[in-house]
Write a protein that binds this ligand. Structure first.
Ligand SMILES: NC(=O)c1ccc[n+]([C@@H]2O[C@H](COP(=O)([O-])OP(=O)(O)OC[C@H]3O[C@@H](n4cnc5c(N)ncnc54)[C@H](OP(=O)(O)O)[C@@H]3O)[C@@H](O)[C@H]2O)c1
Length: 332
């Protein structure tokens, strides 16, 4: 097949990496038995690190980054996926070991491809994507350890980001009170509309003086790391749980043993990947009893073109982006 298409690829250079938009043939892509025409690619923080070269995310070069996509099957060697069907791909090292979503065409192994869950349109699935799946993994784990809405509010840091917004909206739908933690005073109203019962501004709320804070949160979803994560750990109530999701402010944090030995708090990490039984079950919940108010989320979605991706990624790693960004392709 002599089809050519546009893709953003990252190359290794003597001084680091460089990303550029190229015209490729299918043979340039990593192998896969399902050929997908991309409709939307969600840009995640990790993609921005890969595109800007600010951290080593990609396992080889040249590589098309982009860890999630919604698209339509254009050709398939797998009987599971009919031509013309709508699918979603994320996880399984997409955009890391395998060429990813920042491309008009993507070849994916059939074992990485999922039909759009019933109850969601392709755009709904793109809107939710990895951020919502990440939140679902955290909430599932909280509940498996016994969390119920009566245990108290769930704190969400980096609230104006894609994971933070999804968390507020999903927690509201699931019946939990969510408290947003944000650097952005101009986002107080939007965060309340998304689902926060209260917005705490980081500069005013977070300080490092006390070994324990008032135990006020039944659980926390941390997207930021650093002093915010330290404060959240010290602010959990007895048996509180903290899901460490992200590192938007950096990878380091400091703590002390008191939250653990006086309040028996638990901290665990989330990786937005899961084997099929968990993946299907959680997408099923995102399409039903955890399905958030999609119009509230959509109000903070920015759609950009492939050519706009490098500039967006620079802004995101500099902490100058907010909301969710989707790359929209011609077939969307
Ligand atoms: N573990 C996983 O599988 C998984 C999955 C998805 C994402 N993540 C990670 O989770 C984090 C959030 O992802 P995202 O997609 O929501 O990213 P995002 O859209 O860029 O949002 C990050 C948010 O963090 C806050 N922030 C940014 N820079 C900061 C800084 N220097 N100091 C303090 N706060 C800062 C901002 O919120 P405010 O201005 O409102 O404070 C920003 O909106 C990222 O680190 C990402 O890599 C991990």
């Amino acid at each position: 097949m002599s089809q050519t298409f546009r893709a953003l690829r990252v190359h290794q250079t003597p001084s680091g990496t460089s990303a550029r938009i190229e015209s490729l043939g299918l043979d340039a892509l990593t192998a896969g038995d399902v050929l997908i025409r991309t409709r939307w690619a969600g840009i995640n923080y990790k993609d921005s690190l890969a595109v800007t070269g600010k951290a080593k995310v990609l396992s080889g070069y040249p590589r098309v980054p982009g860890i999630e996509l919604v698209g339509v099957v254009q050709a398939s060697a797998s009987p599971e996926f009919a031509v013309g069907s709508d699918v979603i791909v994320h996880g399984f090292q997409t955009g890391i070991d395998f060429d990813g979503s920042l491309s008009e065409l993507v070849r994916a192994p059939a074992g990485h491809v999922m039909p759009i869950p019933p109850g969601l349109t392709p755009r709904d699935a793109a809107l939710l994507g990895v951020p919502a799946f990440t939140v679902a993994l955290a909430l599932d784990r909280f509940e498996a350890a016994g969390l119920v809405p009566a245990a108290g509010a769930i704190a969400v840091s980096g609230a104006s980001g894609a994971v933070g917004m999804a968390a507020l909206a999903i927690l509201r739908r699931a019946g939990y009170e969510a408290v947003a933690l944000s650097r952005r005073a101009d986002w107080v109203e939007p965060l309340m509309r998304l689902g926060a019962s209260e917005v705490l501004l980081v500069d005013a709320a977070v300080d490092d003086r006390r070994p324990l804070e008032r135990g006020r949160f039944g659980a926390a979803i941390d997207n930021v790391g650093g002093s915010v994560l330290s404060w959240l750990l010290r602010s959990l109530s007895d048996h509180g749980q903290l899901a460490s999701v992200g590192n938007a402010s950096g990878i380091a944090f400091s703590t002390n043993v008191l939250p653990f030995i006086l309040r028996q708090v638990t901290m665990f990490g989330i990786v937005a990947n899961a084997a099929w039984p968990v993946r299907r079950r959680l997408w099923g919940r995102l399409a039903s009893d955890w399905k958030p108010d999609l119009s509230a989320l959509d109000a903070h979605v920015r759609e950009i073109g492939l050519d706009d991706v490098p500039a967006h990624c620079e802004a995101q790693v500099a902490g100058r982006s907010a909301g969710r960004t989707l790359v929209r392709f011609d077939t969307a």
